[in-house]
Design a protein around this ligand. Structure first.
Ligand code: HMG
Ligand code: MG
Length: 286
């Protein structure tokens, strides 16, 4: 039996949040429904943030209401504060994610709060979710480089990851938001983070701006990570990280992991269809 590595599909959220034009909700639902046939265990489909900040995600409740939920898949949503948490709960999200940053500049630009303020905002969200056994994932952005502050100290990533984990996040997803990470900088960062959060509770979330994401996944595999976020068709970016490209493409990660002998449980034919849909949505929105 080959070893399982999970790809966490984030395209319908991280991908579509960054598209310039308006994408019809029916198209988003159709994409999620196709992805639900591919073999994922978790798909991030929604984000309950301010519609003034990210208008592309304003229809998140409609997406969650419209999709055909498949057994065995958790449909996830971002929740920056209690208001987002309550909206995600009402819409029926199966798990939520809070999202902090290792750098002050990105924290301010992305969620209008210092790192400390953001962690205080997240605390009641995690407490409320844990009270009803709703899984909470924690993101740390800018784990190697920040568009505002430059290179990021691995110790600072470890401190934020530690605080999110201690708060009750079941997994910490480490975001190379800009896609400037290299196998060296990713490994230095992971060695620091692994001292405070076990590798089995970490995920790699790598954008592919400079084409290094697959190399960064290799470096992460050798340090014990077995979960990677990816977006079908390589969709996306982040509206508050100027110059950042999309997440590494799911179909490329699945192929790469298969070549390395890992099992992902994903159907390459379905992924190719979903990637085609994602690329068509991007073209229509442009
Ligand atoms: P703020 O302005 O500091 O907060 O924004 P506020 O409480 O003063 O509220 C401002 C307005 O937003 C008010 O409306 C609130 O009602 C409304 P107004 O009175 O102006 O009409 N509001 C909300 N509306 C809907 N849902 C909510 C909500 N909260 C407040 N939950 C806030 C703070 C966090 C809300 C804002 O900064 C925001 O929405 N930021 C979102 C940024 C974002 O979504 N970024 C992309 C996702 S992160 C990412 O992509 C990185 C990741 O992929 C990992 C990686 O790659 O590194 C995860
Ligand atoms: Mg991202």
């Amino acid at each position: 039996m080959s070893e399982y590595v999970e790809i966490f599909e984030v395209g319908p959220r991280d991908g579509l949040q960054n598209e310039a034009g308006e994408i019809p909700v029916a198209d988003k639902i159709a994409l999620v429904d196709r992805l639900s046939e591919a073999g994922f265990r978790r798909i991030e489909v929604a984000s309950f943030v301010s519609p003034k900040w990210v208008p592309q995600m304003a229809d998140s409740a409609e997406v969650l209401a419209g999709i055909a939920r498949a057994d065995g898949i958790r449909y996830a949503a971002l929740t920056p504060n209690m208001r987002g948490y309550e909206a995600a709960l009402a819409a029926g999200a199966d798990e939520i994610a809070i999202f902090g940053s290792a750098s002050e500049g990105f924290s301010k630009a992305n969620i209008n709060a210092t790192i400390d303020e953001s962690l205080e905002r997240f605390r009641p969200v995690v407490e409320a979710a844990r009270h009803i056994d709703l899984p909470v994932r924690g993101y740390v952005s800018c784990v190697t480089d920040c568009p505002y502050d430059g290179p990021v100290d691995p110790g600072q990533v470890a401190r934020v990851a530690d605080r999110l984990f201690a708060m009750g996040c079941y997994e910490i997803s480490l975001g190379d938001t800009l896609g400037y990470g290299t196998p060296d900088s990713i490994a230095r960062m992971l060695l620091a983070v692994r001292n405070v959060v076990p590798a089995g509770r970490l995920a790699g979330h790598y954008h592919d701006t400079r084409g290094r994401a697959l190399d960064n996944i290799d470096a992460s595999l050798s340090l014990g990570l077995r979960v990677f976020d990816a977006a079908v068709g390589g969709l996306g970016g982040c509206p508050y990280a100027p110059g950042a490209a999309g997440n590494v493409a799911t179909e490329a990660v699945a192929r790469h992991l298969a070549d390395l002998g890992y099992e992902t449980g994903l159907d390459a034919g379905v992924l190719a269809q979903a990637a085609g849909m994602a690329r068509a949505m991007r073209r229509e929105a442009a």
